[in-house]
Design a binder for this molecule. Structure first.
Ligand code: FES
Length: 680
C-alpha cells in the first residue's frame, strides 16, 4: 500500500469538495463528514455519523488536480473500515467506489465528489425540458439520537434527556414538543432501547418520534380537481415519487360542475358538510392506495400538500363555499393554510401536517398558484402565458416584473360535454384527426391505439376498444382541420355546397353535418358542436386578450398549456382554432399537470411555500365578468382563428384556406381579408 501523501503543513491535509468547490485544511484523521460540515458542504445524514443511514456517501476523485494543487491518492483516505463493511453487508445502495464520509478519515490531500443523491438540497431533475428543476428542501428532517438512560443519580425526565441528545448531536435547540408527542415518548424511547429517530419540521416542531433508526418518511402531494383527485406519494428524503394514483371526486354526485355544487349547498343547508366528508374520504382512500402501492405504512406519511380551485379548497378545509357562488366572490382566506391532518379527518401519521396553497382570487385558486410555482413565470424575463384549460380556464400572464391572473368560463365543451358525440378522454375516444383537403376523407386515431384509422390493422386492433366518441383534443383537431379543409368558414358555418363533393357532408335540418366515422357508434360533427367549441374557445381567447390589454402587449413570448386537456392537445391545432393567441410555435408547449407538479414542489421544498405566498400577493387579479371589453373580445374571438388578429407566426407554418366565394362563406371571406388588412 502506498504511503499517504502528506502536505507540507505536516499534520494538515487539504480537501476540496466537488461540485461546490469548497475547500479547507484539516488535521489528519478528521472524518470527511466533519470536514464537510465545518465547510458548509451539503451532505445528508440521518444517523449522525454512526454508519447506519448511508446518506453521507462520497466518492474520492483520484489523480492529479493541478487547478487545486492536489494529488488525490487512494491512500490519502483511511481504508474501508468495519463500519463501512457492516453497512455494505446490509445495504444494496452502496455502490462500488463509494465511501461513508462519516467513516472515511483524511490521511492526506483529497478531492471529494459529493454525488447528487448524498446532497440534502439536491436538484430533482424534471423531465420537461422547459421547466426548472425542483430543489429539495424537505419540510421534515429525521435525526437519529442515542439518549442517556435514566438512573437514580440523574432524576431528569425523558424529554429533558432527549432534548440534551438532540442538542449534543445535532445542535438542535428550542424545539417544540406537543402533548401528542409526550404522550407516547416514554414507550418509544424504551421500545428503541434508548435510541430514537426524531422528525423535526422546518418550524422547529417535533412531529414524530420513532423507536430506533427510521430511514425516511413520506409526503403526499394532492391535486383536488372537481372531477378527479390525483395523489403522488413522495419520499421526503430523496424527493422520489414512490407511487401515484387518481380517483373520481365523489362530490360529482352533488353536481357535475363547481357552480352546481355551490347551488347544492344553497338548496340543502348542511350540504357542504356532506361534500367535505366525501372529499376527505376519497383522499383517505387515495392515501391508502398509494401507500399500499409503495409498500409503506400510512403512518409514514408525515406531511401532505393540497392544491385545488377555490371551491375545492374551501370544501376540503370544511369552509362553506357559498360566498364563492356570487359576486364579489369573497374567499374565506387567500393565505396558505397549515393545519394538522387529523383536523381534516385525514388518516396518516397522528402528527402529520397539511399545507394548502393560497388561492389567488374567488375564481382563481390554489391550483393556479401551484401552476405558477411549477412554471415560475415570475422568474423569467420572457412574457409567459400559462393556461389551464378546463371547465373554467385559468389564465396567468406575465414575467419577473408583473403577473396577471384571471379565469374564464369556457364551459365543459373541451371535456366532451355539449358535443353530440363528445366524451371524456378514455380508451376508444377519437383524439387525433386529419382531413384530406381535396377529398375531405378523414383519418383519425383513438386513445389506446397508435394506429391511424387508414392503417389496414386499425379495425383489428381497435375491435376491443371500439370507436366510442370524440374527446376534447379530438374536437379541437377536427374543427381546426375542417376549417383548414374549407369545410367550415372562419365564422364556423358548415359549407353545405360541399355535399356534391363528398358523401361525408350530410343535411341536418337547416344545417349540415360532417360524418367523421360510420360504425357501431357513428361520430358526426354537427353545426351545434362547432358552435359549442367556438363559444368555449372565444371565452378563453377573450380572457387572454383582456390580460394582454391590461399588460399592454400584443404578443406573448411563450405559451404553456397545463392540465390533463392542455397536455393532450396539439398546440398547432389549438392555435389554428384560435384557442390561444399567435406565438412562435416552437415556444408553445404542454406543461403537463402543472398544478400537481406545483403541489409536489411545495411538498418537497418548504421555502417554495413562502415564495408562492409572496408571489400570490403581487399577482394582479383581473375579473373577466366585470371587464367591459370582455364581450367585444368574445365576439371577435368567435371567428376561426379570430376575426381581426392576424396570426403571423401561425401563417408561417399553416396554409390557411383561401377565402371562398360561395354565399355561405362570403362573410367569412370578408372577415379573413379584413384581418389581413389590419395585420398589415
Ligand atoms: S452519516 Fe449516516 S452513515 Fe454516515
Amino acid at each position: 500500500m502506498q504511503s499517504p501523501d502528506l502536505t507540507p503543513q505536516a499534520e494538515l491535509a487539504r480537501i476540496v469538495f466537488l461540485p461546490s468547490g469548497k475547500r479547507g485544511l484539516f488535521p489528519l484523521g478528521t472524518p470527511v463528514l466533519q470536514a464537510a460540515r465545518s465547510l458548509g458542504v451539503d451532505i445528508d445524514s440521518v444517523c449522525g455519523g454512526r454508519g447506519i443511514c448511508g446518506r453521507c456517501q462520497i466518492v474520492q476523485a483520484e489523480g492529479s488536480f493541478a487547478k487545486h494543487g492536489i494529488e488525490s491518492r487512494a491512500a490519502n483516505l483511511s481504508e474501508f473500515d468495519e463500519v463501512e463493511q457492516h453497512y455494505a453487508g446490509r445495504r444494496k445502495n452502496f455502490k462500488p467506489g463509494r465511501r461513508l464520509s462519516c467513516a472515511a478519515k483524511l490521511l492526506g490531500d483529497c478531492v471529494i465528489d459529493v454525488p447528487a443523491d448524498s446532497q440534502m438540497h439536491r436538484q430533482i431533475v424534471r423531465k420537461d425540458a422547459d421547466a426548472f428543476d425542483i430543489q429539495l428542501m424537505p419540510p421534515v428532517h429525521l435525526h437519529y439520537v442515542e439518549v442517556w438512560e435514566p438512573n437514580m443519580h440523574d432524576p431528569s425526565g425523558d424529554l429533558q434527556r432527549l432534548r440534551g441528545a438532540l442538542e449534543r448531536e445535532w445542535q438542535l435547540t428550542d424545539l417544540h414538543f406537543e402533548l401528542g408527542i409526550l404522550q407516547t415518548l416514554q414507550q418509544k424511547l424504551r421500545a428503541g432501547e434508548w435510541s430514537v429517530t426524531v422528525a423535526v419540521d422546518y418550524l422547529g416542531q417535533v412531529v414524530g418520534v420513532f423507536p430506533g433508526f427510521k430511514e425516511s418518511l413520506c409526503g403526499l402531494a394532492i391535486d383536488v380537481g372537481s372531477t378527479t383527485i390525483a395523489a403522488h406519494l413522495c419520499n421526503l428524503t430523496s424527493g422520489q415519487v414512490l407511487a401515484s394514483a387518481g380517483i373520481m371526486n365523489p362530490q360529482i354526485r352533488f353536481g357535475e360542475d363547481l357552480m352546481s355544487r355551490v347551488s347544492y349547498v344553497m338548496m340543502h343547508p348542511g350540504g357542504e358538510v356532506e361534500m367535505t366528508r366525501a372529499v376527505r374520504n376519497a383522499i383517505n382512500e387515495l392515501a391508502e392506495e398509494v401507500t399500499t402501492q409503495a409498500s409503506r405504512d400510512l403512518e409514514d406519511v408525515i406531511e401532505a400538500v393540497f392544491v385545488g380551485n377555490p371551491i375545492m379548497h374551501h370544501l376540503l378545509l370544511g369552509i362553506n363555499p357559498i360566498e364563492l357562488g356570487g359576486a364579489p366572490f369573497a374567499l374565506a382566506t387567500d393565505l396558505g393554510v397549515r393545519t394538522r391532518a387529523k383536523d381534516l379527518d385525514l388518516v396518516m401519521h397522528p402528527n402529520a401536517r397539511c399545507y394548502v396553497l393560497p388561492c389567488i382570487a374567488g375564481h382563481v385558486g390554489a391550483d393556479t398558484a401551484a401552476m405558477i410555482l411549477a412554471e415560475a413565470p415570475h422568474q423569467r424575463e420572457a412574457m409567459s402565458l400559462l393556461v389551464d384549460v378546463g371547465t373554467n380556464a385559468e389564465i396567468v400572464l406575465g414575467n419577473c416584473d408583473r403577473l396577471l391572473a384571471a379565469s374564464s368560463p369556457t364551459g365543459p365543451a373541451f371535456e366532451g360535454a355539449q358535443i353530440s358525440c363528445g366524451q371524456r378522454a378514455a380508451p376508444g375516444a377519437i383524439e387525433r384527426v386529419r382531413i384530406h383537403p381535396e377529398t375531405l376523407e378523414p383519418r383519425f386515431k383513438v386513445i389506446g391505439s397508435d394506429l391511424w384509422s387508414d392503417d389496414p390493422e386499425f379495425a383489428k386492433e381497435t375491435r376491443r376498444l371500439g370507436v366510442t366518441g370524440i374527446c376534447g383534443s379530438g374536437i379541437i383537431e377536427v374543427v381546426a382541420e375542417l376549417y383548414l379543409a374549407g369545410v367550415i368558414s372562419p365564422d364556423g358555418v358548415v359549407d353545405g355546397s360541399l355535399r356534391e363533393k363528398s358523401s361525408r357532408m350530410i343535411e341536418d335540418g337547416r344545417t349540415f353535418t360532417y360524418v367523421l366515422h360510420e360504425g357501431a357508434q357513428s361520430i358526426h360533427i354537427t353545426q351545434n358542436d362547432i358552435r359549442a367549441i367556438q363559444l368555449a374557445k372565444a371565452a378563453l381567447y377573450a380572457g387572454i386578450q383582456l390580460l394582454m390589454d391590461r399588460m399592454g402587449i400584443e404578443q406573448v413570448d411563450r405559451i404553456r398549456l397545463a392540465g390533463a386537456f392542455g397536455s393532450r392537445i396539439d398546440v398547432k391545432y389549438a392555435m389554428v382554432l384560435g384557442l390561444i393567441p399567435d406565438c412562435d410555435l416552437a415556444e408553445v408547449s404542454s406543461a403537463g399537470n402543472a398544478a400537481g407538479t406545483g403541489a409536489r414542489i411545495a411538498l418537497l421544498n418548504h421555502e417554495a411555500r413562502k415564495e408562492i405566498e409572496d408571489v400570490v400577493r403581487w399577482v394582479e387579479k383581473v375579473e373577466t365578468a366585470v371587464e367591459p371589453r370582455f364581450q367585444e373580445h368574445f365576439v371577435e374571438a368567435m371567428a376561426i382563428p379570430h376575426k381581426t388578429a392576424p396570426f403571423p407566426e401561425l401563417s408561417k407554418v399553416v396554409k390557411f384556406p383561401a377565402p371562398q366565394s360561395s354565399q355561405t362563406n362570403s362573410l367569412a371571406g370578408r372577415g379573413r381579408r379584413r384581418s389581413r388588412k389590419r395585420a398589415a
